[in-house]
Ligand binder design. Structure first.
Ligand code: BEZ
Length: 252
């Protein structure tokens, strides 16, 4: 089931995604003479961050709504709608960057093939995605809340959250050499106090919630809050149990 994105909600209530992603831009260490592709660029904030180095940046995203807003915000950069699993580029890049996007692509071997074809030999693939176990507390509670109402969750999980072993094995098979990989806990505070969990659910859990009528949707979200509160709500703030997988891989 595909995810429907609301770019304004993404920018105004889930701004942490790009804020944390600035660390991944540091790991990328872009240089002025480079051509860099931002895979799953969303509304373009990190493409812009990369472009401050002087590198030429192209952003791609599967969501047309995200690309429309990215073009409005950063008119000097190039943005294209493209599928991360099947994209092809007319030129090869020095580096491909991706933040918080690869876990929405459930055929990673196709992504890695596309990235390999778009990179120069010796080029680098620098990325961060949700790692195995990310947001388990929320996802388990959401599935429980739906099952309690007799709603099937089959086929509704839209994500791929690998371990280092899984993803680096795929990178090896796809012609990459992984030079750095880390899988770390990053408890992630949400904005707006009590509303924070609902911002997260509205932004990311659409595939589970779509099809519910508005009152059922609110009841499910309340039940998720009830189930997760003891672990995730501290001093007036929701803190989601994020785990990140970050890596650098070189195309051989
Ligand atoms: C993440 O960015 O790690 C993430 C996004 C959606 C669901 C779970 C995790």
């Amino acid at each position: 089931m595909s995810q429907a994105w609301n770019p304004l909600h993404y920018d105004h209530k889930l701004g942490f995604v790009s804020e944390y992603g600035k660390d991944v831009v540091s790991l990328l260490n872009p240089r002025p003479d480079e051509k860099i592709l931002d895979l799953g660029c969303g509304t373009g904030d990190l493409s812009f961050e990369i472009s401050k180095s002087g590198a030429a940046v192209v952003g791609i995203d599967f969501s047309e709504a995200m690309i429309v807003l990215a073009r409005q915000k950063y008119a000097d950069l190039q943005f294209w709608v493209a599928n991360g699993e099947t994209f092809r580029t007319p030129e090869r890049f020095d580096a491909i960057f991706s933040n918080a996007a690869l876990h929405w692509m459930t055929h990673p071997e196709l992504v890695i093939r596309s990235v390999g074809l778009a990179l120069k030999r010796g080029g680098r693939f620098v990325a961060e995605l949700g790692g195995k176990g990310v947001a388990d507390t929320v996802i388990n509670a959401l599935e429980m809340a739906l099952k309690e109402r007799g709603v099937s969750v089959a086929g509704k999980n839209p994500w791929y959250f690998p371990s280092i072993g899984e993803y680096s094995t795929l990178l090896d098979a796809g012609g990459f050499r992984t030079t750095y990989a880390v899988h770390f806990d990053r408890p992630t505070p949400m904005e707006d106090g009590d509303d924070g969990l609902n911002h997260w659910l509205n932004g990311f859990a659409g595939s589970y919630l779509q099809g519910l009528d508005p009152s059922a949707k609110l009841e499910v979200m309340d039940r998720v809050a009830q189930l997760t509160r003891p672990k995730l709500y501290h001093n007036g703030q929701w803190v989601i149990d994020y785990k990140r997988l970050r890596f650098v891989a070189i195309r051989e």
